[in-house]
Design a binder for this molecule. Structure first.
Ligand code: ADP
Length: 264
């Protein structure tokens, strides 16, 4: 049997991700480059996966791009919306998933999946950084804790503070003023995570929550946000260590399906 290699490339606002699949089942390489659309990120993400898989771009049977920057990407056979790709990637990893909460660099998507994984409906945030990765990235700079360490810090808190402004710019001033008043860093970080969770949960509840609930996207790596979301929604939230790759994984799975339909 000839092996089929497909690639999914997720060009986000903040990060570029790529996944290469063998025969539509086995992830043989993946990459995350922390710069997104309009940067060298997509090319670097592709170079990395090809190198790791020991393949050249000509060895790939089908390429699907997704994400905010997919329209400017020239190496693809097809483009698919990130809503469909995230749903597909999550369901491949956990076929019990019925609600997907995806928080990326600049948007929040709440997806409902059918028992067979089909996307039933979705809801998204308006054009505002509140509740997104961008909010956390801004706060991480103010507090001088790298974004990948915010979650652990938040879990140390016994008394999360309250951030009353939703707007990122006003919340930033509020955090600066709390810092200067000597509020403990862990309480401040936990408050920031709680503020993201409150924003995302109110959006999620508008669409109704059906278990199993899975969090996807880069922000799902932040354990402080995941815990705060569990408290807000009163339900267990599942994540995976590859949560940020779900869009690229879904795109690679679609690439395999399209290859089978069109080229076999
Ligand atoms: P997009 O697809 O919109 O580019 P991603 O799903 O890649 O977004 O998520 C990017 C966001 O994920 C960043 O803004 C950042 O806040 C968060 N993030 C990325 N890596 C980590 C990490 N290791 N720990 C916690 N948060 C992270």
């Amino acid at each position: 049997m000839i092996d089929i290699y497909t690639m999914g490339v997720d060009i986000g606002s903040t990060a570029s991700k790529a996944v290469v699949l063998k025969n539509g089942k086995e992830v043989i390489s993946s990459s995350i480059i922390s710069v997104g659309a309009g940067t060298s990120g997509p090319k670097r993400a592709i170079d990395y996966v090809l190198d790791e898989a020991n393949l050249s771009i000509k060895d790939l049977d089908y390429i699907v791009s997704t994400g905010y920057g997919r329209k400017g990407f020239q190496f693809n056979d097809k483009q698919i919306s990130e809503l469909s790709c995230h749903g597909k990637g999550v369901y491949f990893d956990n076929n019990k998933a019925r609600t997907v909460i995806d928080i990326g660099g600049q948007d929040i998507k709440i997806l409902k999946l059918a028992d067979n994984g089909r996307l039933l409906n979705f809801i998204m945030n308006d054009k505002c950084a509140a509740g997104t990765g961008r909010f956390l990235d801004v706060m991480s700079k103010v507090i001088e804790i790298p974004v990948d360490k915010l979650g652990e810090k938040a879990l140390e808190s016994k008394n999360p503070c309250t951030i009353s402004s939703t707007c990122t710019v006003f919340a930033e001033s509020e955090v600066i003023s709390q810092l200067s008043r000597g509020v403990k860093t862990e309480d401040l970080v936990a408050g920031i995570c709680k503020s993201v969770a409150a924003r995302v949960s109110s959006l999620a509840m508008r669409n109704g929550i059906e278990e199993v609930v899975v969090m996807s996207g880069g922000v799902a790596k932040n354990k402080g946000v995941v815990k705060a979301m569990e408290l807000e929604l009163g339900t267990k939230i599942y994540t995976s260590k590859d949560c940020q790759l779900n869009g690229a994984l879904g795109a690679s799975l679609y690439a395999y399906e399209f290859f089978k339909k069109e080229r076999r």
